[in-house]
Design a protein around this ligand. Structure first.
Ligand code: CO
Length: 134
């Protein structure tokens, strides 16, 4: 485990929230991206060594739209950067924590990712993320 890579924030409107976070952070977003497999659109703001990810949903069937309809906007997950996602997943699973995807999947920002079950991690949704080497 290396560091917090980003904090994910679920939002209703990406355009509206970009304007708000531009005001707060005083920087422009670095990257806007549609993640088709997840039915979401994301944008990243770089802040030193970490990032803030805003996530909106364009499908009704995904976790973000379910989260938004249950809880409204807010902090959705914390992402921890790792060197080797397969071995970290094994280690975590062996310690009794469930994962939401058994194999790493493709996430935004050129990453392999895996989410841990929030019921096993004090209600915090934790994303493990490994940069994909070009
Ligand atoms: Co994320």
């Amino acid at each position: 485990m290396k560091k917090i890579n980003h904090i994910g924030v679920a939002v209703n409107s990406l355009d509206d929230s970009i304007e708000i976070f531009k005001k707060v952070l005083n920087v422009n977003p670095s990257k806007r991206e549609i993640v088709d497999s997840e039915g979401v659109e994301t944008v990243f703001f770089n802040l030193g060594e970490s990032k803030i990810e805003l996530i909106s949903s364009f499908s009704k069937e995904n976790t973000i739209s379910k989260y938004l309809s249950k809880k409204s906007e807010g902090i959705h997950h914390i992402c921890i950067e790792v060197d080797n996602i397969e071995s970290e997943m094994k280690r975590v699973i062996n310690s009794g924590i469930r994962v939401l995807n058994d194999n790493p999947k493709l996430g935004a920002d050129n990453k392999k990712i895996c989410f841990l079950h929030p019921k096993d991690t004090c209600g915090v949704l934790i994303e493990l993320s490994q940069e994909i080497n070009q």
